[in-house]
Design a protein around this ligand. Structure first.
Ligand code: ATP
Ligand code: MG
Length: 709
């Protein structure tokens, strides 16, 4: 097994460890994920396991794909039959096999974020709970905590219990599960069915879990049922990187591993292969302030590198300017593996505006993803109805998209009919109750006819089915090719056809394609190499980049405060988030903060994060010494934003690159000036509101500054 030579002695010991529970706790970048990958390869190559004996759990689908690919490379062959995926994917696979055992309909639906939100709002309304008492957001969080069995939620208030109960009833009536249910029901399935447990234990003789520090109690229970008390379970993790407490992750699972699995072997890895020495030293100095951890030392194996820098900016747009100017220098020098990380999504706006302004390609993780866009969700809801005509949530989403005059009154009458007939809402709508207006009955009849006729085509190609759907449903025709925003929507629908074609090539059917889409998690980055990645700290876990910028290092943002001062446990979690962010960097790390920041429509004077004071003295501190912004180097745009054909010069006084201000949307940058007849339209990217197309003759736009040069 030549591949064992790619490992250091500590890693090799972990990879070739024999039977029984094994925990590898080690710092960031020490090769934990590599150990897991090589261990799978070693188990297979040494004949200890067949592919179908392996169950490996990772945090994202992307990580799973990478792991499977690497194992196949090491073994020079395909890994057929083994399971490498997320906890959710595993749970869903089980539920799809045995839905009836947990009381689910054969083709149960998966409620997406949007549908969960709508359900919660409906439940709060039904129970007459005003949002001042329990906001929809808080209710959803409470439901999730309750389902995930986190200890803090066990004593949920009566109010929350009532909401949870009603929400669950509604979900069940709609024949759907939400994301949390997948795990909870899989646990229920295994807990109640000893025979199935037996079968699975005989099949999966080796279990491997990455990012073990972020397992929640439900996932621990799933492992327990799958593996029994003395399993061949290999868990790798780092308690310093536990950052999902809000989803029920418990540090105890890693800190008490030997307790849960008596006789477990605990190994550690001491070399860091990712980060240059100054980065590692700075990260270690910060995390040393946490108390709930096993102290560890990491030796850097990647040489000296540049010193870590802290930059102070005047405000958020100055900060974005500094960061993007530096990014452009790095890209000019040939570095393309670059990420900008932040605590909350709202911080990405000014950065996006600045990247757009200079024509730097970027992608956003954890923002509005392709699969969450409304037009894509609409098309998917149609597909779900094709796969399962009783998918009530999908029905409610698209019965009136495009508009067919089927409004709230029709739906209310359908609900009544369903109740009288004792059937599902979808079924009632197919029976066309007499209580509806003739127009509504006609529209509903045509709706189901359309689905029937599409279903006839469902046997054939997935790609053609999606294309036919977009055409015949009128989904595509809703959009006007002359409108910028509509063109983007149409492009997304085209993308969906491409995705279907690609899925078809991989042998997926309509139901498995829909499952796949439902499982894509927010942490799964859309891949576009060479572009700058903008991501929350949470979604950056496990990844690495040559250059990393951490922005918004201010009190209130990191540590994040919602209202009152955080208690100590939260401060430690926030420090771990910073540690995760810092340790993503291979060669260069820059931390920034702004003296004032406009956020959620309010401008505030800020203080630097308390964590900055924990950095070692050799970290370089630069930037403002006086409150007034110093002029800084500002490059000329290399790539000018896209322009319409005839003239780049001023039209109505507007030019691409200009900074403008709008009374409602705030500040922004002109991307494009379009002239059609006497009308001039200006496309502006606003810091807060995103991209808008405006008519300057109607919308008052104030010019703040023109681009230099
Ligand atoms: N023995 C080794 N020789 C050379 N490179 C290595 C070795 N071990 C790991 N690496 C490299 O170091 C980097 C970090 O490894 P890996 O991602 O497995 O670390 P990790 O412990 O999982 O990190 P994290 O805690 O961030 O998840 C990767 O680029 C990996 O390929
Ligand atoms: Mg890892």
């Amino acid at each position: 097994m030549r591949f064992l030579e790619d490992l250091d002695p500590e890693q090799r010991e972990a990879v070739t460890y024999g039977e029984g529970p094994l925990l590898v706790v080690a710092g960031a970048g020490s090769g934990k994920t590599r150990v897991l990958t090589y261990r799978i390869a070693w188990l297979l190559a040494s004949g200890r396991a067949q592919p179908h004996n392996v169950l490996a759990v990772t945090f994202t689908n992307k990580a799973a794909r990478e792991m499977a690919e690497r194992v196949e490379k090491l073994l020079h062959g395909p890994l057929r039959g083994g399971f490498v995926g997320t906890f959710h994917r595993f749970a869903l696979t089980l539920l799809r096999q045995y839905p009836e055992k947990v009381g689910l309909p054969p083709r149960f639906a998966i409620a997406d974020e949007d549908e969960q939100r709508r359900l919660v709002e409906q439940v709060l309304k039904e129970l007459g709970i005003p949002s001042t008492q329990l906001s929809p957001r808080a209710a959803r969080a409470a439901i999730s905590r309750w389902k995930n069995g986190s200890s803090s939620a066990v004593s949920a208030s009566e109010l929350v219990s009532a909401v949870v109960e009603r929400y669950q009833e509604r979900l069940q009536a709609a024949g759907a599960v939400d994301f949390d249910d997948m795990l909870v029901l899989a646990v229920k399935l295994l807990a109640e069915d000893a025979g199935l447990r037996q079968i699975l234990r005989q099949r999966f003789t080796y279990l491997l879990v990455d990012e073990f520090q972020d397992t929640n109690p439900v996932q621990m229970e799933l492992l327990w049922h799958l593996a029994g008390p003395r399993p061949n379970l290999t868990a790798v993790g780092d308690e310093d990187q536990s950052i999902y407490r809000f989803r029920g992750a418990e540090l105890e699972h890693i800190l008490r591993f030997e307790h849960t699995y008596p006789g477990a072997k605990v190994l550690t890895l001491g070399n860091n292969y990712r980060s240059a020495e100054p980065i590692l030293k700075a990260a270690a100095a910060v995390i040393a302030h946490n108390t709930r951890r096993r102290p560890k030392l990491l030796r850097s194996c990647s040489g000296d590198g540049e010193p870590v820098r802290v930059l102070a900016a005047a405000d958020e747009s100055d900060e974005a300017g500094l960061v993007v100017a530096d990014i452009r220098r790095e890209r000019a020098a040939g570095r393309t593996s670059i990420a900008v990380l932040f605590r909350i999504n709202a911080l990405s706006r000014p950065l996006e505006a600045e990247l757009v302004r200079w024509g730097v390609p970027y992608r956003v993780v954890g923002g509005v993803r392709f699969w969450d866009r409304a037009e894509v969700r609409d098309a998917l809801a149609y597909l779900r109805l094709l796969a399962n005509p009783d998918d009530e949530l999908a029905f409610l989403r698209v019965v009136n998209v495009p508009a067919r005059g089927l409004g709230a009154v029709t739906l209310e009458r359908l609900r009544q009919a369903a109740q009288i007939w004792g059937c599902s809402l979808c079924e009632a709508s197919r029976r066309l109750p007499e209580t509806l207006t003739p127009r509504a009955r006609e529209a509903l009849a045509r709706f189901w006819e359309l689905l029937d006729s599409l279903r006839q085509q469902a046997g054939g190609s997935l790609r053609e089915l999606v294309a036919a759907l977009l055409e015949q449903s009128g989904l595509a025709a809703q959009y006007d090719t002359r409108e910028e925003e509509d063109r983007a929507r149409l492009a997304n629908l085209d993308q969906l056809v491409n995705a279907a074609a690609e899925a078809e090539q991989r042998g997926l059917t309509l139901p498995s394609f829909l499952d796949e889409v439902a499982l894509l998690s927010e942490a799964d980055a859309e891949t576009a190499p060479q572009s700058v990645l903008l991501s929350t700290l949470h979604a950056a876990k496990g990844l690495e980049f040559d250059v990393v910028y951490l922005v918004g290092l201010e009190e209130g943002l990191l540590p994040l405060m919602r209202g009152e001062e955080p208690e100590l446990a939260d401060e430690e979690e926030e420090r771990r988030l910073l540690y995760v962010g810092m340790t993503r960097a291979r060669k260069k790390l820059v931390l920034t903060w702004a003296r004032s920041r406009r956020l959620h429509g309010e401008t505030r004077t800020t203080r630097p994060s308390r964590f900055l004071a924990e950095l070692p003295p050799e970290v370089r501190r630069e930037g403002l010494t006086s409150p007034s912004p110093l002029p800084h180097w500002e490059p000329k745009p290399l790539v000018r934003p896209r322009q319409e054909a005839p003239a780049p010069e001023a039209r109505n006084g507007f030019r691409p690159g200009m900074k403008v201000e709008h009374p409602t949307f705030g500040r922004g940058v002109v991307l494009q000036v379009q002239a059609s007849g006497a009308q001039t339209r200006v496309v502006v990217f606003f810091d807060r509101a995103g991209k808008k197309t405006l008519l300057p003759s109607v919308a008052p736009l104030k010019v703040l500054s023109a681009p230099r040069g």
